[in-house]
Write a protein that binds this ligand. Structure first.
Ligand code: NAD
Ligand code: IPM
Ligand code: MN
Length: 363
């Protein structure tokens, strides 16, 4: 198979984890006889420094001409004082919107060897396997107006939480379709006791559910959902929710696995190019130290192989290799116990590549 992959390293640890993940993809191409052509583009602070814009036209053109996009992370203290349009995060929001990537899939799977890495008790974690389906191109992130203004004679600011029927319907359908391939349970998370947009969301979720009689739908208020995720994460199969709620709940859910450095994501629309990126950010506090965990990005590349290219065996091979490396006790600092030796971003990637080659030689 021949595919063009756009790499968008971005800022902070972004370039480090993308370089390592590229090596894993090259190894997959070698072992399974594919041709992956890599092109590289700028986004975020890196793009602002080079061009003045967080998402240059050229990057968007490269994205549209590629088969899939692998992104590191954007943002950092250097650009935190910038005007809203010149912030690194704006570039990420713009590319999601421009490509219509409304469905953000964030799977959370507990890996047995890492039970001890979580701050939660092992009996709460055993066998957790849930999927957060986060709406990604609407809600509070995009609603207008959003501005500073004078309110009753003093400084004020407004953001808008706005959803249309079509936006809600399509993301809820996605959640039900994924649930059909899993444990057939959807929990729709909202704040319908307060927010009008949530009341519309809930009504539409009930309507869509009638088309999936084989799947159970329940509703949960977001504050309770945040608590339930920690109290008993095993109760969840698929969670579908609004953009900002999904952002917050997914960082929270990362602690079920033990580290934000483990959580991958896929941002899809129904037909065209998908974008794959770790859930975490640019981690400025550890950038340049070789301590970044590349596994979230490596697992995001596995999601790319599966969802964008239909290469299920290759995707599985990466997941198995990651499991094996963790079972061997190879750990970056974020998942190592005080008593364990932590290895670098490059060293853990080498271990993944060795596990891949071994598996392939034995099969
Ligand atoms: P962050 O996710 O970058 O970091 C939170 C904490 O987790 C830090 O202590 C960091 O060291 C650690 N961490 C994150 N990824 C890790 C990894 N792969 N390995 C080991 N440790 C890891 O969140 P933040 O500090 O709140 O934000 C930093 C910057 O990143 C901000 O500018 C923010 O806007 C941006 N951000 C970008 C994205 C993205 O590009 N998708 C996502 C979240 C935050
Ligand atoms: C994420 C990030 C982004 C978001 C930011 C950087 C815009 O936190 O992908 O989770 O809030 O969507
Ligand atoms: Mn986030």
């Amino acid at each position: 198979m021949e595919k063009q992959i756009l790499l968008l390293p971005g800022d902070g640890i972004g370039p480090e984890i993308i370089a390592e993940t590229k090596r894993v993809l090259e190894e997959i191409a070698r072992l399974y006889h594919h041709t992956f052509q890599f092109v590289e583009g700028r986004i975020g602070g890196d793009a602002i420094d080079a061009t003045g814009s967080p998402l240059p036209e050229e990057t968007l053109d490269l994205a549209k001409g590629s088969d899939a996009i692998l992104l590191g992370a954007v943002g950092g203290p250097k650009w935190d004082g910038n005007a809203p349009e010149k912030r690194p995060e704006k570039g990420l929001l713009q590319i999601r919107k421009a490509l219509g990537l409304y469905a953000n899939l964030r799977p959370v799977r507990v890996l047995k060897p890492l039970m001890g890495a979580s701050t939660l008790k092992e009996e709460v974690l055993a066998d957790v396997d849930l999927l957060i389906v986060r709406e990604l191109t609407g809600g509070l992130y995009f609603g207008e107006p959003r501005e500073r203004r004078q309110i009753n004679g003093e400084d004020g600011a407004v953001d808008t939480l706005l959803y249309t029927r079509g936006e809600i319907e399509r993301i809820v359908h996605q959640a039900f379709q994924f649930a059909r391939t899993r444990k057939k349970r959807v929990v729709s998370v909202d704040k319908a006791n307060v927010l009008e947009s949530s009341r519309l969301w809930r009504e539409i979720a009930d309507e869509v559910a009638r088309e999936y009689p084989d799947v159970t739908l329940s509703h949960m208020l977001v504050d309770n959902a945040a608590m339930q995720l920690i109290r008993d994460p095993r109760q969840f199969d698929v969670i579908v929710t609004e953009n900002l709620f999904g952002d917050i709940l997914s960082d929270e859910a990362s602690m079920i696995t033990g580290s934000l450095g483990l959580l991958p994501s896929a941002s899809m629309n129904t037909s065209k190019v998908g974008l794959f990126e770790p859930v975490h950010g640019s981690a400025p506090d550890i950038a340049g130290t070789g301590a970044a965990n590349p596994l979230a990005t490596i697992l995001s590349a596995a999601m790319m192989l599966q969802y964008s290219f239909g290469l299920a065996d290759e995707a599985k091979a990466i997941e198995v290799a990651v499991d094996r490396v963790l079972a061997q006790g190879v750990r970056t600092k974020d998942i190592a116990k005080a008593s364990e030796n932590a290895v670098s971003t490059t060293a853990i990637t080498n271990a993944v590549m060795e596990a891949l080659a071994l598996k392939s030689a034995s099969s």
